[in-house]
Design a protein around this ligand. Sequence first.
Ligand SMILES: Nc1ncnc2c1ncn2[C@@H]1O[C@H](COP(=O)(O)OP(=O)(O)OP(=O)(O)O)[C@@H](O)[C@H]1O
Length: 484
Amino acid sequence: MEEIQSQSDHYRSSSSSASSPASRVPSSNFFYLRKPGSLRQPISFEDSPDWEDTDIEVRVDEGGDSINAATTPASPSLSKLNSGSLPSPPLPDGAVITRKIAGASIAWKDLTVTIKGKRKYSDKVVKSSNGYALPGTMTVIMGPAKSGKSTLLRALSGRLPDSARMYGEVFVNGTKMCMPYGSYGFVDRETTLIGTLTVREFLYYSALLQLPGFLCQKRSVVEDAIDSMSLGDYANKLIGGHCYMKGLRSGERRRVSIARELVMRPHILFIDEPLYRLDSVSALLMMVTLKKLASTGCTLIFTIYQSSTEVFGLFDRICLLSNGNTLFFGETLACLQHFSNAGFPCPIMQSPSDHFLRAINTEFDRIIVMCKSWQDDHGDLSAVNMDTAVAIRTLEATFKSSADAVSLETMIVKLTEKEGPSLKSKGMVGNLTRVAVLTWRSLLIMSREWKYYWLRLILYMLLALCIGTVFSGLGNTLSSVVVS
Ligand SMILES: Nc1ncnc2c1ncn2[C@@H]1O[C@H](COP(=O)(O)OP(=O)(O)OP(=O)(O)O)[C@@H](O)[C@H]1O
């Protein structure tokens, strides 16, 4: 009974301050929040874009600055919010964090994407978007369906389809450049895995094909990727399963596809809908794992349609899109303040992400029309009586004139005025050689069977031809040198 009483007291005390978004800063009862003084965020990139972070292994001790402490708050009231938001996985006191991945900053300015539809390049899918993502942080692109989330993600990673055109600028470490092979990872919404391999084998073959260097190094890279994605328990499990054993579930498969990108140790990781088709437990596990990955230094950018409150609390920054327009970019908790400033405070007992989508998803207008026709018979349905078109216009206008927009602009200037180290390509040449060698070996293995004996003959003839060509080329060069 006392327990019920204390729970209801807790609810009352939280509901009494519901109207203020600052009051919605999750209390220390939430598991993802820092206990006072227990952990300081180890990586500080936000106050000045220093570019020393190029080594693979960077040790950051406990005395490191806090990201949020170093951030220039979007508005004075938000500094309070920021100090409360530190959704990092807990570490023991006095722990030393080893940052293994050198992250890279990415900033985009006036990014517009048009996709050739039925009409000629008339459909602006992303409209003048601005934003940035920093090493060691998770930046989420959120919005209703068809709002341009995936298109923005693809534009940033340079993976737009041929039918798309991109205007505006994307800066990586302060330089306008296309990200080279291996410096970034991209995980699509649906990926194909090889069901007949175990997780470890799959990642190992992936590393063999993608990475230059020695086999032992690749093994350690694979083990790191397995560790980063918390796949230790499934490492020897067949991805697709067999008749007596079920294969991996969707959450685990999703983590395997992310781990496949991690074998390249990317500076920036783009993920399209990491929570696609995941239940709430798998979604939370996925996000905690990604948060852990971000804390190693990697820059994470992903799209999300909707999330629970716990998951929402793990994001660092949010880019809120509606029909290609940016309605907000900034700290996650500042977004709540923004909605409140625009006249749409998040009701108590509602997930922030649900509230944002409720306010800006035009699909709700149809539901409102439906509700209105029911209203007489079914009482007052005013809870769903928000005009989304008005909300979108108000939120956009409020953001343009807000302190958040000013701090976004300042940060973009900071990140683009100074050129940092350029990212290097990893293993492209090695990759091609490896593909050639692997193809050669598999053809040779295939030709061991007597019926493919002709294949072996052709292969040896081809080899002889190649060697002949190389030697004749060498001979020609030598003779020309001797003559001259
Ligand atoms: N390759 C393409 N060809 C034509 N139109 C496209 C293409 N890709 C995206 N679009 C259009 O761009 C708009 C935004 O699509 P996008 O996939 O970026 O949205 P989204 O927010 O990721 O939506 P969802 O979460 O439903 O995938 C949509 O109207 C879509 O029809």
